[in-house]
Design a protein around this ligand. Sequence first.
Ligand code: B12
Ligand code: SF4
Length: 542
Amino acid sequence: MKITLIKPNIGRMEHSLYVDEGRMEPLQLGVIAGLTPPDVECVLYDDRCEEIPYDEQTDLAAITVEIYNARRAYEIAAEFRQRGVPVIMGGFHPTLAPEECLEHADSIYIGDAEFLWHQVVDDARQRRLKRIYRARPGIPQPGGTQPRRDLFKGKGYLPITLMQFTRGCRFACDFCAISVFFNRTNFVRQTHEVLAEIENQDRKVVFFVDDNFLSNHEAAKLFLRELIPMRIKWVSQASIDMTNDPELMDLLEESGCLGNVIGFESLDPRNLKSMRKASNLTRRGWDRYRAQCEILRSHHLQNWASFTLGHDYDTVETIKETLDFAMHYKFCFAAFNILMPYPATPLYDRLQRQGRLLWDGKWWLHPEYRFNHAAFQPRNMTPDELTEACWHCRDHWNRPGSIWKRMWDFKTHLHSPTRLGVYLSYNPIYAKEAYKKQGMLFGLHRDSIDTRNVSPLRKPFSTHEQRVQPPGADPVSRATAAGARGGRPAGPEAARSYALGRATASHRSAGTTVAAASNPRTSAGGSTAPSGRDGARGGGGN
Ligand code: B12
Ligand code: SF4
C-alpha cells in the first residue's frame, strides 16, 4: 500500500502560486509517516514548493489542514477524489471545523495522529475508511516515535530541526485555537525520548514547536537540566510568565535558548483582561512589560514578539504605538497580527453573537478574502482602518532601516556571533516573506469552493464602513447600520488596484487601495486591499 502525505500551501499571489522561501519542515507529516507500519510506502509532497503529481499511483491521500490552507486543501482533495483516490484530512481545522471538512474529504481525523492512525491504515488497506476518526489529544510521539525526516530531504526547508517537547497549554486565551484543541491541557514528553530524537538528527539548532514550551515550569526545568549537556542552540514559543521564575530563566540561558515567540498581544491591560491573557498580567502592577523585557534581555534572549491587534480597547493610534514599543525593545522579530476569529474559540462565538463577523463569517473560505485583512468589525475603527494600521506596523518593522536600528543591542543580537548570525540571516527572509504574503488570496482557483451555502452566520456587508457610533455603542447595530450605508465607491481604478493586490510601491506608501465586494455573488460594495508585507507568525500562540 502507498500513502501520499500532503502539506497544502496557503494560496497564491495574483496569478501564480506563492512559494514560501521561509518554509519549515512539515513535522506532522513526518510524525504520521513515523507512525505508519514499515510495509506501507509513504511519499510526501509539499504544495508550498512543488507540484503535486496527482496522476501518480497511490492508495490514500492524507492532507494536513489548518484554517489558512483549508481552501487550498479542498482544491487538492478534489483533484485526488476525481481520480478515485480516497482522501483523509486531519489537523487543527478538521478538529475544530469537522462538518466543513467532511464536505471535502472521504474521511476526517479529529485529534492527534498518535492515537488512531494505525486504525486508519488498517481500514485503508481494506478499503473501508470510516467517515470520522475521533482521537484525543495527548502526549506526543509516545514510545519514542521518530519522525521520518528522510522525507524532508531536498525540499529546501530552513536548516532548523522541528521537534516537540510538549503539546498544548494550560492557559485559556479567548482567541486561541490551542486552548480549544487541547482543552487547556499541556502534554509533556518523556525527557529521554526527546533527547534521543535530538541525537538522531544532525543539526545543532532546534525549533521546539510547542504551543507553550514553558506551560509547566517544573517539567521544563527537569528537561532543561538534561538538555544542557547536549550543547544545542534552540528556539521555541512560550508565555511571558517565564520571567516570574528566575531559576527557569537561568536554565533557559544555560541550555542554549536563543529566544522564544512570546505573545505580548496588547499593551492595554483592559484588552489582556478581556481576552483572558492570564500569563501576561502580573500582581506587581502594570508597567507595559518593562520589567519582563529587561529580564528577557538580561538573559540575552532574542525574542519574537507577537501581537494580536484589533481588540475592543484598541484604536488606530494604540496599534501604531505597538510598533514604537517593539522598536524600543529591539525585538529580533515581531508579528503584528490582526486578531483573527478562529472557529470554535470563545472569541469567534462572541463576535458571531454580536453580529460582528465579516466575510460571511467564514473568511477562510471566501474567494475575495486576503491574508492579513480584518475579518470582523472592530469596536473603535473600521475593518479597513484595522487592516491598514497593522500593515503600517508590519511595513515599518520590516524595512531595512528598522532591521539596522534594531540590531544595535549588545545584550541580545550583538551578544555573540551566533546571535548576530540568526538576526542577520532570518530578518531578511521573514521580511521578504512578509511583503510577499500580505494580501495573498487563499487557494489557487477563485471559484473552486462554492460559498453560496456557507453563510449560516450573517448577511455579508462591505468591510468598508466608517465608524458610525462612538466607542462602546452596541456593535451589532453599528455594524448593521454601517453595512446598510455601503462603502467607498469602487470604480475601474479600484478594480485594477484590487487585481494588482499589493505589489506596488505607491500602494505601500498609500497603504490603501479600493477592492472588490465582500461577496461578489451577492454584493457590489467595496473593500480595502492594502498593499504590503506580513509579520510571519501569530494569530494565537503563547
Ligand atoms: C510551528 C508552527 C508554525 C511554524 C511553521 C511550521 C511549519 N512546519 O511550517 C511557523 C512559526 C512558521 C507558523 C506559521 C503560521 N502559523 Co503556525 N503553528 C505552528 C504550531 C505551533 C506547531 C505546528 C507543528 O508542527 N506541530 C507539531 C505537529 C506534530 O502537530 P500538529 O501539526 O498539530 O499535528 C498533529 C495533529 O494535529 C494531527 N494531524 C495533523 N495533520 C494531520 C493529518 C492527518 C491526515 C492526520 C490523520 C492527523 C493530523 O496529528 C499530528 C500529530 O499528532 C501550530 C500549533 C500546533 N500545536 O500544531 C501552529 C498553528 C498551526 N499555526 C497557526 C497559524 C495561524 C499560523 C500562521 C497563519 C500565523 C500567521 N498569522 O502568520 C502562520 C502561517 C502558517 C502557514 N500555513 O503558512 C494556527 C492555525 C490555526 C487553525 N485554527 O488552524 C496554529 C494552530 C497555532 C494557533 N495558536 O492557533 N506556524
Ligand atoms: S495564546 Fe498562548 S498562552 Fe494563550 S492559550 Fe494560546 S498558547 Fe496558551
